[in-house]
Design a protein around this ligand. Sequence first.
Ligand code: PLP
Length: 409
Amino acid sequence: MELQLRDKLGYVPTGRRMKPTNSVYTGLPTTIFEEMSRLAIAHKAVNLGQGFPDVDGPEDIRRKAAEALIEGPNQYPPMMGLMALREAVAANWARFQGVAVDPAGEVLVTSGATEALSDAINALVEPGDEVILIEPLYDCYLPLVKRAGGVPKLVRVTPPEWTLDEAALTAAFSARTKVILLNNPHNPAAKVFTREELRLIADLVIRHDAYVIADEVYEHIVFDDERHVSMLSLEGMRERAVAIGSAGKSFSLTGWKVGYVTAAPALIEPIVKAHQFTTFTTPPDLQKAVAYGLGKEESYFNGLASELQEKRDRLATACGRLGAGVIPCQGTYFLTLDMRPLGLDGDDAAMARRMTVEAGVTAVPVSAFYGSDAPRSFLRLCFSKRDEVLDEAVERMRTWLKSVCQTAA
Ligand SMILES: Cc1ncc(COP(=O)(O)O)c(C=O)c1O
C-alpha cells in the first residue's frame, strides 16, 4: 500500500537509507485525541473528548473582526502585536490582577498560547537545563521542552485529590532548574492551585534562581466565586514569571489562535526574538477584535464563568446519578469521572474506545496526559457544549451502563 502510494507520487526509490529526521518529532504516535475524534466520527458519537466550545463566542467580537478584515489593512501588523491589543492586555492586568504592565515593552501577541509556549520555552531553556513539569501534562509541553534540549523533571498530581506534594516538588528543584512550567487553572485536572501552593512554587523558584512559565489560558474560567491568582501577581515573581493567555479560551474562539505573553523586559526580549522567527505576526483583524473583546464589561467575564459553572453542575450531577465518581472541578471546562464505582476499572484508553463504540459518547482517557505509570480509571469530559448535547451524552451513557454494569442507576 505504502509502496503503491510512493510510486503514484513519483518518489524515486534510492535504495539507500536516508538520514533520520528529528528524533523528538519523528515517530511520535498519533495522539489519543486524534484517535478518539476519528472514532467519534465513525460511530456518530457525542464528542465530549474535544476541548472546545460547540458555540462560537460573542457575535459583536466576531463582527469587529469581519469589519476589520474588509476595512483593512491586511498587511503585516507590528511584530509585537497591534498596540491596541497590547494596551488592552495591559489594562486587563490592572483590572483583574492589580498588576501594572507596560504595553509597549512587556506584552507580546502570538498566534495562540501554543506559539507563546513554544517561544517562551525556546527563549529560556538551554540544552541540559532542567524544566519542571506537573503531570498530568497538556500535550505540547513535553515535546517542546525536549526539542529545546531541556531535561524534563516530572512532578505529579493524581486524582481524585490532585494534591501537590510539597516534598516531591522541593526534591524536583536543583541548581540546574531553569524553569517550572505551571498550568493554572489546570487542564485536565480542573484544579485551581491555592495561594499557598503558588507561594510554595514561587519561593522555590526564587531560591533556585529559576523562572516560571505560567500557562494561564483558563484565567477567566474559575468557579464558585473564586478568582484566578496569576503567578505574575505574587511577590518576587514580576521579574521571574512569564504569563500566557489565550483569546481562544477567554472568548470561546479557539480557532482564532490569538495568544498573549506578559513578562518583564529582560524576559520578554528573547521571547520576542523566538516569535520573530516563528510566526512573526498574527492576523491584524483578529487582534483588533480581541482588543475590543478584552475591553468588555466585567459582566462578560463573570458570565463566561457562571455559564460554564452551570454546565459543569449539569454534567456533574447527571454523571453522579449514573453512579460515576465525580472529581471536583474548580476551573477550566473539563470534568474528570472516576469509573471505578461503576465497576469499570483497568485500561482507561480501552474504556474510552469502548464507550465511543458502544455508548456513542466520546471522552478522553486521563492516562494520556501522563508520561508513564498513569492512573487508569479516569475519563475527561469537556462540558463547554450546548445543554442538549450534554443531556444526550448522559442519556446515551445511562442506556449503555445499564447493559454493561450492575452498579449503574
Ligand atoms: C492548558 C492549555 N494551554 C494551552 C492551550 C493552547 O491554547 P491556544 O489554542 O491559544 O494555542 C490549551 C488549549 O487547549 C490548553 O488547554
